[in-house]
Every structure is written in structure tokens, then in C-alpha cells.
Design a protein around this ligand. Structure first.
Ligand code: ADP
Length: 126
């Protein structure tokens, strides 16, 4: 009997030793950071968002005015979509909300961030 307990004790202890920290996914990326293609919601300074197509599409000034009034009263209800490629943020939509924030003098805007690759970026630029 005493032999048995000597043999089995290390096996029991192994069960309580986790080889990996439980705060990380299987690929080692913490849960708080989105994986490629994952989504995160962040407040981002307006001047950190590049808008490559800004000069090719005009906003409706009436829409912008209405949004300014609404955002002033109740805040931004729906974040804008932003693509993150190599740590740089790109905005292709949400143009009226973005301009409304600019005109209101707000320093940041709430963004729904999706990570992408240079290929994703090229696709958006087409
Ligand atoms: P944008 O170019 O910003 O997408 P749109 O006029 O096409 O402008 O759409 C306005 C969007 O802004 C809608 O999806 C609406 O749900 C969203 N939104 C977010 N916050 C507000 C707000 N406070 N008042 C009105 N619409 C808002």
C-alpha cells in the first residue's frame, strides 16, 4: 500500500499544473486583443484614422448637420468601421459620422476595428 501512494502522488500533482496560461488562446494571443479578422471596439483619435478615399466621395451636408445635432444630444450610437493594417487605421465608411465628429471638435471617435492584411487594404482601395 505504501508503495502505491509513492508511485501515484506525482501523477495526481500533474493534473493541477497547467502547461499554458489560461489567459491566452491556443496561438498565444491574449483574449483581449482581436486575432486577424476579429473585432474590437475602441475610441480612436480622429487624426489617427487615414481616409484614403475622402476626396473621391462628397458627404451630404444635411446628413452631417443632422448627425451633429444627434451626436451632440445622445452621442454616437453606432461605431464606425475601421480597418487596422500593421498598426495603421483606415476608414472607408462612416464618412458622415466622421465629418460630424470633426465639425463638433470631438478628439476621438468610437470605432469597430477589424484587423486585415495589406491585401485586404488593396481590396478596399480598388
Ligand atoms: P455614415 O456615412 O456615417 O455611415 P449614414 O447617413 O449613411 O452616414 O448613416 C448614419 C449612421 O449613423 C446610421 O447607421 C446610424 O445608425 C448611425 N448613428 C450613430 N449615432 C447616431 C446618432 N447619434 N444619431 C443618428 N444616427 C446615428
Amino acid at each position: 500500500m505504501s508503495n502505491l501512494s509513492v508511485v501515484h502522488l506525482p501523477q495526481i500533482l500533474k493534473c493541477y499544473t497547467s502547461p499554458k496560461p489560461i489567459t491566452a488562446c491556443s496561438n498565444g494571443i491574449p483574449f483581449s486583443k482581436p486575432k486577424s479578422g476579429g473585432l474590437a471596439i475602441l475610441e480612436i483619435p480622429l487624426d489617427k484614422i487615414r481616409r484614403p478615399l475622402m476626396r473621391t466621395r462628397a458627404n451630404d451636408p444635411e446628413k452631417v448637420k443632422e448627425l451633429m445635432e444627434s451626436i451632440r444630444q445622445i452621442g454616437l450610437q453606432e461605431p464606425i468601421d475601421v480597418l487596422e493594417v500593421d498598426g495603421i487605421y483606415y476608414g472607408f465608411s462612416g464618412c458622415h459620422r466622421f465629418e460630424a465628429h470633426q465639425r463638433l471638435g470631438l478628439p476621438t471617435i468610437r470605432c469597430k476595428i477589424r484587423r486585415g492584411t495589406k491585401e485586404t487594404l488593396r481590396h478596399h482601395m480598388r
